[in-house]
Design a protein around this ligand. Structure first.
Ligand code: 4AZ
Length: 394
């Protein structure tokens, strides 16, 4: 805090030595810091009203009243020896004694910190999706526990009555991609009973610093999703999310968007991708987010099992681990299968179905996301996101 001599010095405009001191006593009780005065250096320091009283050479400043007979309170002068800039010099200065001479010397006043404007909340755009997380792999059946920062696009979808239900992936700040079968009541689902969390590593614990909570503003189930034969064809859905203050996902280390690959793009069999979710490990849902590596299977490999041969459509693909030890499972549904392409993560699959979990010759089945780019573009109104513009062209 600093003392503003202004008011009383002004009253004492033509006072001399004694009265100055009298005024000074009074001015002690006046503690004002106006917007225009400060105790650090701003520009040429005209507004400096701090109490540095040595020159840059370390010489003691002499009191102003010895030289300035008229008190110039507006310029911060008065019965003191603080550095001031009453005459638009380079910086605040004062008079000092050098031998028998009295000279002006500039003072070294520390600069005012430049106030930074608050950064606007950062949001991912279609150009910043799928950035490789800072924390890589550090169990889904098999696999390993991970923190949400490794898969920051993973969403957890809760139902008011049944609790945790499904996974999802953040594909744009307001849009979560998930599976249609997550909503058994279909279009009759009461969206006010749904909540979506991003940035969540523990299903039953809250970490307010990392989580973002949303309600569902809109639920769009693929119109051709049809489970009447017990097969999950077109198992894809979109949720438009909104936080309590009406906003969408804010970009943080624990909340990021994943990229969509372009229409009809698919990686060849054998490529290793990863799945993530809070699904069952054995009998119980995992308390923690888990991720696992799985390998893409060819259609013919997937159709070896007669059930798969019957139910697998061109809107699906399969993935499994070579040893059948890791797989997605109940509760992972709706969550992402992501593959790295040129250092970015792309969501190729949505966890959909499978016969059991991690059983030999019973791979996990994933919705083929790249059959739905046009539908996603149309429903979200975000053609650039849906086009997969970050996918390398060669
Ligand atoms: C399910 O019940 C489920 N192993 C999801 C994925 C798989 C099996 C079941 C794949 O939601």
């Amino acid at each position: 805090p600093f003392r503003e001599e202004g008011v009383f010095s002004l009253l004492c405009g033509k006072c001399r030595f004694v009265i100055f001191h009298f005024c000074k006593l009074f001015s002690i009780s006046v503690h004002l810091q106006t917007d225009k005065t400060r105790t650090c250096l701003l520009e040429d320091g005209t507004s400096y009203r701090g109490s540095v009283s040595v020159s840059a050479y370390g010489h003691s400043c002499l009191r102003w009243f010895k030289f300035e007979w008229t008190s110039e309170a507006a310029k911060g002068l008065g019965p003191h020896n603080y550095c001031r800039n009453p005459d638009q010099s380079l910086t605040p200065w004062c008079r000092v004694k050098r031998g028998t001479r009295i000279v002006r010397e500039l003072c070294n006043i520390s600069k005012c910190p430049v106030p930074k404007p608050p950064a606007p909340p950062a949001v991912d755009t279609e150009l910043t999706c799928g950035e490789m997380p800072s924390q890589r792999m550090n169990k889904i059946v098999g696999g390993a526990m991970t923190s949400i920062e490794s898969q920051p696009w993973v969403a957890a979808i809760f139902h008011r009555r049944s609790g945790f239900g499904c996974g999802g992936s953040l594909i744009a700040p307001c849009w979560v991609l998930t599976a249609a079968h997550c909503f058994p009541d279909g279009e009759n689902t009461k969206i006010r009973h749904l909540s979506v969390y991003l940035g969540k590593s523990y299903i039953n614990d809250t970490d307010a610093d990392r989580e973002q909570k949303f309600t569902v503003e809109q639920m769009i189930i693929h119109p051709k999703y049809n489970n009447s034969y017990g097969s999950y064809n077109n198992d894809i859905a979109l949720l438009k999310i909104k936080s309590q203050d009406g906003k969408c996902a804010v970009r943080t280390p624990s909340v990021r968007t994943v990229c969509l690959p372009p229409h009809l793009t698919m990686l060849p069999p054998g490529v290793e991708c990863s799945i993530a979710g809070f699904g069952k490990e054995t009998w119980h849902f995992s308390q923690y987010l888990k991720q696992a590596k799985v390998t893409l299977l060819s259609e013919s490999d997937c159709k070896r099992d007669p059930t798969y041969a019957r139910d697998l459509t061109s809107n699906m693909f399969c993935a499994a681990s070579p040893t059948w030890s890791t797989d997605s499972c109940q509760g992972d549904s709706g969550g992402p299968l992501v593959c790295e392409v040129s250092g970015r993560m792309f969501v190729f699959g949505v966890v959909s179905w499978g016969e059991g979990c991690a059983k030999q010759d019973k791979p996990g089945v994933y919705t083929r996301v790249t059959n739905y780019n046009n539908w996603i573009a149309m429903k979200t109104g975000l053609p650039a996101y849906a086009a997969g513009v970050m996918y390398p062209t060669k």
